[in-house]
Design a protein around this ligand. Structure first.
Ligand code: 26W
Length: 815
């Protein structure tokens, strides 16, 4: 993109003048962030317009990535880097005496997602644009994103994330493209105004969906794709009649009810749901997005829908948008008079479904009564899809009444959204090799028998533009100095670094870069939460959502064990170790919240005990989010990926750590398996039971956690310390955690996530780390080999895999 420094300066001062009535000397940091972003958008805008024109000039197949979550983080740095104007902008600002870093830090994260699934969607958009594919994101413009986490007295306390408090300079409201989404009402059949006999809804509640567009800027090309987020409002506004009657609450009630649909992101990750408002959200953005696609199709191709799938492919990001399937049926049947078979033919060639978790709690199912009341016509269409499926099942599985019942989309009083996606979609994919294998042989075994051709794997990836180039500039420069540019768009080129593994100067430089990143993180945490981190120590990090299967508790139990050991044996002198945690717990997940309290209780005790000073430290980073991940990951020496084997579908932070030269301590789970395949097992610390061993013990009920307590008195002591007053005088705070591993709670068996079984082997892996870290050069060599072999984990590779096997898109070059 062309950069005119004078023009940029002029735009910046004009924005300050117009929006804030200020000149540069009066502007505060936020004003500057807004003005710099708006001026950058001015430069991006022509390419955005050109991209739209290019896609319309010659209609080609477009990907619609339907997702309830897009965890975008900050946009400014990313957009400046991708559009190639970062240096120039910094230069201009310097000339105006403005520190870019302070401006950057003013931007709130767009935290419109929970964790892995939402961040994956954001990485995919970056790769799609960079690879010049016509692919767009469709989601919800939540007024409040992922809650802000405060730690008060060691407990997580949630505060609303009011990220739109000031206007977002990156979005454009497109009122001209607003559509209507209908809820409730009664199904009628009869003549519509155009004289056709159709199904329609009477007395339905109408909600306006207004799109807000965000630019998705390609790195190193002119493409600017679109993330379109829908906001809900009422067509009726507020009720003046009621207002005049002084009924102020009732006057705004309708407006508020409508706006509640896009009010807030549900902070549940991999947990049970079933709230009616959540289904409203899902239908709201799915229906609005489909209407948008249909308008586009009718305007560019016409009303012959038999070719719809040649111009549109829709990827369903987990089951959250699966209601789009019957909604497309409804639009074709009721609004365009297409017959059932023709409509079904279109639908089954348009949708593809990605599964992101094998936890049964997370497979969405909706109670029939809720569904039917909220979406009567859509429900009726699902009934018909189900009726036809059941006929197919009877033929395919004669006499197998279990499958005939359990594979029905509607059974046991609920609508099974995953079944609907697998039956109607043409592709079903998992997100790492092991995960896809487990889907085929375990969770979705019956479906794999029915439709083997639909199943495929797409191992996740992350964008190196954000997670290396932008977040670790010193390492990026180190790489470019050795292998030149090119890796920014072709990460497999990093392989060229391997030949520097035995180059002393390179190894020393790598050590210095890590050291500097650690110092920067230490400074940040000193500043933000008054924590003291010693950059000499091992930075050992576990950052991810808090969930029992991710086993933050295993990490804590090991810290408690180390603490005992250092205190009891003055001659034991391990290298200084800093354990860093960052994690949000779903607000209703009691045991996860207790684990946060435990981490903080252990931190409190350990960090205030002179006997372990300089050897052991525990830090809980408050309000972990994308912008904080960008600081923590480049500064970490060790990446904790310690889920119970078989439970983590893929993991994506594991890939970010690898790229940034952290060594993995992990189980053979999710993408860890492929990471170790690429990096070499000798360059990681692998421990624990394997997925098949866990599956076997579970199915045969042979796991006896007590055995491990009897065998290992140190472990027994640590587990007992959860309730003996060591970390909480009442002995009650961590009793449920204790009981869940020792006895089992709420009807579950003891230690469902096999912490005790893996404890020994985890301790050994940690000892290995302590031993190997002492030899800095050998350690750094391993870091370099991890970086060099991280090429597979670029989301560019993932996107090319999706394009080749599922989406079949063609690149469009934007002039
Ligand atoms: C019902 C509520 C709910 C909300 C979110 C259920 C499930 C989810 C997501 C599927 C959870 C999620 O983010 N899964 C993660 O997806 C990542 C991207 O594929 C994987 O890397 C992680 O392993 C997986 O946990």
């Amino acid at each position: 993109m062309t950069f005119d420094a004078e023009q940029f300066k002029e735009n910046l001062t004009a924005r300050l003048r117009r929006q804030y009535g200020k000149d540069i000397s009066q502007a505060n940091k936020h004003d500057l962030f807004d003005a710099v972003s708006a001026s950058a958008l001015e430069i991006i805008m022509p390419n955005w317009m050109e991209t739209r024109k290019a896609y319309e000039a010659k209609p080609t197949k477009q990907l619609c990535y339907l997702s309830a979550e897009f965890l975008m983080g900050r946009a400014l740095s990313n957009n400046l880097i991708n559009s190639g104007i970062m240096d120039q902008v910094k230069e201009v600002l310097k000339g105006m005496n403005i520190n870019y870093d302070l401006v950057e830090d003013e931007e709130p994260d767009a935290g419109l997602g929970n964790g892995g699934l939402g961040r994956l969607a954001a990485c995919f958009l970056d790769s799609l644009a960079t690879l010049e594919y016509p692919g767009h994101g469709y989601g919800i413009r939540y007024q409040y994103g992922m809650f802000e986490q405060h730690i008060e007295d060691g407990y997580q306390v949630e505060y609303p994330d009011n990220w739109l408090k000031h206007r977002d300079p990156w979005e454009t409201k497109r009122s001209d493209l607003a559509v209507t989404v209908k809820f409730g009402g009664q199904i009628k059949y009869g003549k519509t105004p155009d004289g056709q006999d159709r199904f329609y809804l009477e007395n339905a509640e109408e909600i306006i969906a207004t799109p807000y567009d965000m630019p998705i800027v390609a790195y190193g090309s002119n493409t600017v794709n679109t993330l379109r987020l829908w906001q809900a409002s009422s067509p009726n506004g507020f009720d003046l009649q009621l207002f005049n009657d002084m009924q102020y609450h009732r006057a705004v009630e309708r407006q508020n009810d409508a706006e509640n649909i896009s009010r807030v992101l549900y902070p549940n990750d991999n947990g049970p749901m079933g709230k009616e408002l959540r289904l409203r959200q899902q239908y709201f953005f799915s229906s609005a997005s489909l209407q948008d696609l249909i308008h586009h199709y009718v305007n560019t191709v016409g009303t012959d829908f038999s070719k719809f799938h040649e111009y549109h492919v829709i990827q369903l990001n987990d089951t959250h948008p699966v209601v789009a399937i019957p909604e497309l049926m409804r639009i074709l049947l009721d609004e365009y008079n297409v017959g059932w078979d023709d409509a079904w033919n279109v639908v089954t060639k348009t949708f593809a479904y990605t599964n992101h978790t094998i936890l049964a709690e997370a497979l969405e199912k909706w109670p029939i009564d809720v569904f039917q009341r909220l979406l009567p016509r859509v429900y009726q269409i699902i009934e018909e899809i189900n009726r036809r499926l059941v006929i197919e099942l009877r033929q395919k599985f004669p006499e197998d009444y279990y499958n005939q019942n359990h594979m029905a989309i509607i059974h046991d009083g609920k609508v099974y959204m995953a079944w609907l996606a697998i039956h109607a979609g043409f592709s079903v994919n998992g997100v790492a090799a092991l995960h896809t294998e487990l889907l085929k042989t375990q969770e979705l075994k019956n479906w794999y028998t029915l439709y083997p051709e639909k199943f495929n794997n797409k191992t996740n990836g992350v964008t190196q533009r954000r997670w290396l180039l932008s977040s670790n500039p010193e390492l990026a420069e180190f790489i470019t100095k050795r292998i030149g540019h090119g890796w920014e768009k072709e990460l497999s080129l990093l392989k060229g670094l391997e030949k520097f593994a035995d180059d002393e100067a390179s190894i020393n430089e790598l050590i210095a870069i890590k050291r500097h990143n650690k110092e920067k993180l230490a400074e940040y945490l000193k500043h933000t939460q008054n924590e003291f981190l010693d950059p000499e120590s091992i930075f050992d990090t576990q950052v991810k959502r808090l969930h029992e299967y991710k086993r933050q508790l295993l990490n804590v139990l090991h810290i408690m064990y180390e603490y005992n050991r250092i205190v009891e044996d003055p001659s034991y002198n391990p290298p200084a170790h800093t354990y860093i945690f960052g994690a949000k717990a779903a607000s209703g997940y009691r045991r996860a919240k207790a684990i946060i309290k435990l981490i903080n209780a252990v931190a409190d005790r350990v960090n205030n005990d002179r006997r372990v000073r300089g050897k052991l430290r525990v830090v809980f980073v408050e309000n972990y989010r994308v912008s904080v991940a960008e600081k923590i990951i480049p500064a970490s020496d060790v990446s904790e990926q310690i889920s119970t084997a078989g439970y983590e579908a893929s993991g994506t932070s594991n890939m970010k750590f690898m790229m940034n030269g952290a060594l993995t301590i992990g189980t053979l789970d999710g993408a860890n398996i492929e990471i170790v395949e690429e990096a070499g097992e000798e360059n990681a610390f692998i421990f624990g039971l394997k997925a098949d061993e866990i599956i076997k013990m579970k199915s045969e009920h042979t796991y006896n956690p007590q055995k491990y307590l009897d065998r290992n008195p140190q472990l027994a002591k640590v587990v007992n310390q959860l309730v003996d007053g060591t970390y909480d005088p009442s002995g009650m705070l961590f009793k449920e955690i204790h009981d869940s591993i020792v006895y089992g709670v709420e009807g579950q068996p003891a230690d469902v996530f096999f912490l005790l079984a893996d404890f020994d082997s985890y301790c050994q892996a940690q000892e290995q780390i302590a031993k190997e870290y002492a030899d800095q050069k050998t350690w750094a060599r391993k870091c370099l080999l991890n970086i060099a072999n991280s090429g597979k984990f670029s989301s560019d590779r993932t996107i090319e895999d999706y394009v080749k096997d599922i989406w079949k898109l063609k690149k469009v070059t934007v002039k």
